[in-house]
Design a protein around this ligand. Sequence first.
Ligand SMILES: N[C@@H](CCC(=O)N[C@@H](CS)C(=O)NCC(=O)O)C(=O)O
Length: 214
Amino acid sequence: MAEYQLYCFAQSGNAYRAALMLNLIGADWRPIYVDFFKGGETRTPKYRTEVNEMGEVPVLVHGSKKLSQSGVILTYLAERSGRFKPEGEDERLEALRWIIFDNQKVNGFLGPYRFLKNFARPPGDPAVMAFFKGRIDGNLAILDKRLAKAPFMLGDRPTIADISLVAYLYYPAEEFGFDITAAHRNIAVWLDRIKALPGWAHPYDLMPGYPPQL
Ligand SMILES: N[C@@H](CCC(=O)N[C@@H](CS)C(=O)NCC(=O)O)C(=O)O
């Protein structure tokens, strides 16, 4: 049995953070497919009792531990492996600051926007989509400005703040209906830097369930 198991599915950028981290640190891991779309598995009482009371992926299983929230999973893996780990109090707090901002404001809007555009039936209401798009544009501009200062979020080396923030950013532009890298130059080169790290893989190659069964 693999050392780590990750509950995930290919379309989840939230789960991609954890899958990518596992791959980048060269962990012995295997995905456990969660049938989010057709089976509504995260909403079942079984999933909420046995896997995650919050009804979400990702969930990382390691021995007797079962961890959810990608920021917690990234922190756990960084502390265990010593890789992509913020060093010292200032870096730790800075990484946490960006991970929370990301969860709420960057990928926290990109994920639902992409879901409402591609997978929801009926698709998202135009007023809701316009609201999300405004927030996405503003928050990506904040990220782009930050990345003008240094190659990675916290400076010269990649940390879990970077791995959190890439969540939905490698998915195809058609799935958003706008091209993030064309509009944000610093984000584009930063994504290429992360893509060049040994162990990087695209979400559709790393997690099961592509194409989705709707
Ligand atoms: N902040 C969470 C977000 C997790 C999340 O929203 N996951 C989605 C899939 S992309 C989910 O499982 N949603 C289930 C639902 O809301 O019913 C994290 O970073 O782990």
